[in-house]
Unconditional design. Sequence first.
Length: 478
Amino acid sequence: MLSESSYSGEMEKRPLLSSKKTPIRRSLLASFLASVMSFASGTVVGGWTAPQHPESVGEMMFMMDTMDISSWVVSIYLIGALLGALPAGQLSRTFGRKKFLLLLAIPMTLGWLLITIFVNHVSLILVGRFLCGLSLGAVTVAVPLYNYDVAPNVCRGRGGVFLDFMLCVGILYSYVSSALLGLRVFAFTCAVFPLVFCVLFWRMPESPLYLYSRGRFLDAKASLRWLQGDDFDVTTAFDEYAKLQTEDDVLPADKESQSSGRKRAFVKAVVLSLLLATVQRLSGAGAIIQYTAKLFCISGSSVAPNTASIITGVFQLIGSGITIFLIDRVGRRRLLLVSSSVVVACLAMLTTYFYFLNKGMLENSLKILPIVIVCTFISFFRLGLGPIPWFITTELIGADHSNRAQSCIVSYSWILSFVVMKTFVMLVDEWPVALWLGYTVISVFGYLFILFFVPETNNKNADEIRQSLAKTYQINSS
């Protein structure tokens, strides 16, 4: 790795892109390559889609004697994700965004290697899944922080969506490869991807904000010039960084000198982020993704489990891919509204379907409906509710306090995900109508929450967003 003294010189001697490339493309390249680690994380999410493996991988039959064991194998990574997310913001600030992301390849690789070597030991597979979850949770904190630091306002949304898009690519890879390969070979290929990430991401610039905060001003200047172009006004950026440093480490509520509007904006940003995470998780999307095959089986569909998972994986990828092209054009708020409205409609249809299924009032010709509904649900979930809550926290709160806030909110999100996963397993067989009705009601409130309270952050800087939050708070409280 480059030393601090030679960093800026090397950045100029060996440019990673031709000088003819636009600054936006450079920023997007850095964001995209950082999100390759999200691809590796996607293999963790999709790598154990119950009950996919009993049919596709013979050596795992012994594991699936009980649904409880199966559900723990599926969901154990969520506990790791929770614990990995908690310190991730502070660690990324201590080590640097780039270095911390590179370090996250270690637990991910070790986790998959454990599964590869001890494929016939359930306890060690659980340990491996847990280690992978640690890395996954930290990735969902560190990647948005890095992308926020390196992307200009005009393309910040695309940089943010890369996390979700690459997660979907990793999930789809898991669906396809686990259907074709034995578990040992599949796990080994997944262990390679974090190393591929390190090779690709090694020469990307460090966050200029981090470099400035460590007094490495020449390195910060070189990073900014590479990301934003030679004509970029570094002085303005440094002035902004200096302003952020005076506020760092202390929450607005603890600072008597802070204005009332700033305090209110911070509180509202945290509340909005927490509620968006709640809407995202309690829509049931995580359980649908993990238990697609089981869902189709319960509904009476004749689609093979592996095929069902692959179909939904493709629709996830399509939805997330479309979001990349729309997010900076139509904005976050519109995509969230469209996404949540279709999610509500799909959940209502699933509730109705299972109601009539339990009553024995469905014709065989209608058993294709769950496939259509789930594919529509997944694709529109990935259009807004899936990707946006991951990165909008950094936009709403800003770089000065996003380290702690992103960690806390993402950890809360993983707690909800674990609760949804476990309750889905307990309720889907005995109380399917109540389960889907609950998801529907929560999603209706989620749509209304987005409609009335979530502001637009597209192409706005931190001060503009903060002022918007403060004004909105004053209007709503008056």
